[in-house]
Design a protein around this ligand. Structure first.
Ligand SMILES: [Zn+2]
Length: 448
């Protein structure tokens, strides 16, 4: 049970994936097969009975969320502590690699797959360093836990408990233990240990404002947590549809510029294996930065030109030279995240946006005037046949709002969703899981 809980927590926070695990080229673009990458994360490191020495004196205890140990003659440094239920084993593996006292623990960000073993290390007297916003993020994720868990279940149905049945405040306490760092930073913080220099750098952006990275200048190794995501290189997830605050592109571009200037020879994200090779890392970091800047500038330009968010979602595409995996973050969703991150939810499109009566309230009127739900379903069918599944979905949504059991409208919805799933190319995990969830619900309503 606890193992299961651990798995879903990890999946929830990383929205799994890894380019190196299983990728293929389709239409000239790197495509990730969601099911396989998710399974790969679930089992990552399970076959190992030791921590892997990824650089001289740098050990990685592999699991859903990796934990790292950097060995010095004067004591050791830990980077991320894994999931609560995996952290005990990870600590044992790291201590078997080197039993020296741990002086510092770096928590790259407050997601549970990075911090679950913190108290085990803290008990040994280590200084625990995190971003100044770490406690605030922990608090809001915990305060809204029932809301987030209900949504997370859509994306990780096998591993997220059924919150409506299981979730009590006691369960929240168990699922979201609170960890207290001993040192919070929002400026670069350096220390020396055993003759080695360690630089903790705030790296806000793609997974939130509360991220830090650890830089080893002599070795040119950068521990990035989730700042670059579980894939490398990928377009960032500026808005995750499971929910969480929108992430802003410009701080992320600043973070990428910082990383580029460091000229790392090795990146160590907290999921999957390290990435090596200064030249390729430079190329990929620049590509990510340029892609984010491109989408940002195109969105702002469109806003200035008076274009609405839907037009921009449709129009803005990465140019071929900046093409990146959208297995984790989608460009069109990021366009919307930038628009709404800057301007909020009022789109100036209708006065009704300002008030509490949505379009669905007049669905019964529309359905009645059309001559029943079947009439809308019939028109939806013409859209489906013309390759316009979203036009069809609007009509079936209205029809089903008025007549929830209408067979023709349900069948129209199912066919429209199926087209969208096919068009997704199985690339973006969240999109695929959402569509599958909606398809299953529609099939259930049809009695299939
Ligand atoms: Zn993570």
């Amino acid at each position: 049970m606890f193992r299961t809980i651990g798995i879903w927590m990890a999946l929830v926070v990383v929205a799994a994936g890894c380019a190196s695990v299983d990728s293929e080229t389709r239409r000239g673009k790197r495509v990730l097969r969601t099911g396989q990458q998710t399974r790969a994360l679930d089992a990552f490191g399970d076959d190992l009975d030791h921590a892997v020495e990824i650089a001289d004196g740098v050990f990685q205890a592999r699991a859903i969320g990796n934990s790292h140990l950097i060995v010095t003659p004067a004591g050791n440094v830990v980077v991320d502590t894994g999931l609560p239920n995996e952290s005990k084993r990870q600590k044992q593996l790291l201590e078997a690699a080197d039993a020296g006292a741990v002086k510092y623990v770096i928590l790259t960000h407050p997601h549970m797959d990075h911090i679950g073993g913190t108290d085990r290390w803290k008990a040994d007297g280590a200084e625990v360093i995190a971003h100044r916003e770490f406690p605030v993020t922990q608090r809001y994720l915990k305060d809204a836990a029932p809301f987030f868990l209900r949504r997370n279940r859509v994306f990780y149905p096998e591993s997220v408990p059924d919150v409506d049945r299981m979730l009590t405040r006691m369960a929240v306490e168990m699922l979201y233990p609170t960890f207290e760092p001993t040192l919070l930073i929002d400026e670069p913080y350096s220390f020396e240990l055993g003759g080695e220099r360690f630089e903790v750098i705030p790296t806000p952006g793609a997974e939130g404002t509360d991220a830090i990275s650890l830089w080893l200048p002599e070795r040119k190794i950068l521990f990035t947590g989730d700042t670059l995501g579980p894939l490398f290189p990928m377009f960032p997830n500026l808005y995750t549809i499971r929910g969480e605050k929108i992430r802003f592109p410009l701080p992320y571009v600043e973070t990428l510029d910082k990383m580029i200037a460091l000229e790392p020879e090795m990146l160590v994200p907290s999921h999957f294996e390290p990435i090596r090779g200064a030249e390729q890392i430079q190329t990929d970091l620049r590509k990510i930065r340029d892609a984010v800047m491109y989408v940002h500038d195109a969105t702002v330009e469109g806003m200035n030109d008076g274009k609405d968010v839907y037009t921009l979602m449709r129009e803005i595409r990465l140019p071929p030279e900046l093409d990146l995996s959208e297995g984790h973050g989608k460009v069109s969703w990021s366009v919307r995240a930038i628009w709404e991150g800057y301007a909020g939810w009022f789109h100036f499109s209708s006065t009704t946006e300002l008030y509490d009566v949505p379009i669905t309230e007049v669905a019964p009127d529309l359905v009645e005037l059309a001559g029943g739900a079947d009439a809308l379903a019939k028109r939806a069918r013409t859209h489906i046949e013309a390759g316009r599944p979203l036009h069809a979905l609007h009509l079936t949504d209205l029809a089903l709002e008025a007549e929830p059991g209408d067979d023709a409208a349900l069948r129209g919805r199912l066919d429209a969703l199926t087209i969208l799933l096919e068009r997704s190319g199985d690339e973006n995990h969240s999109e695929v899981m959402w569509l599958q969830h909606e398809i299953a619900a529609t099939e259930k309503a049809l009695g299939r």
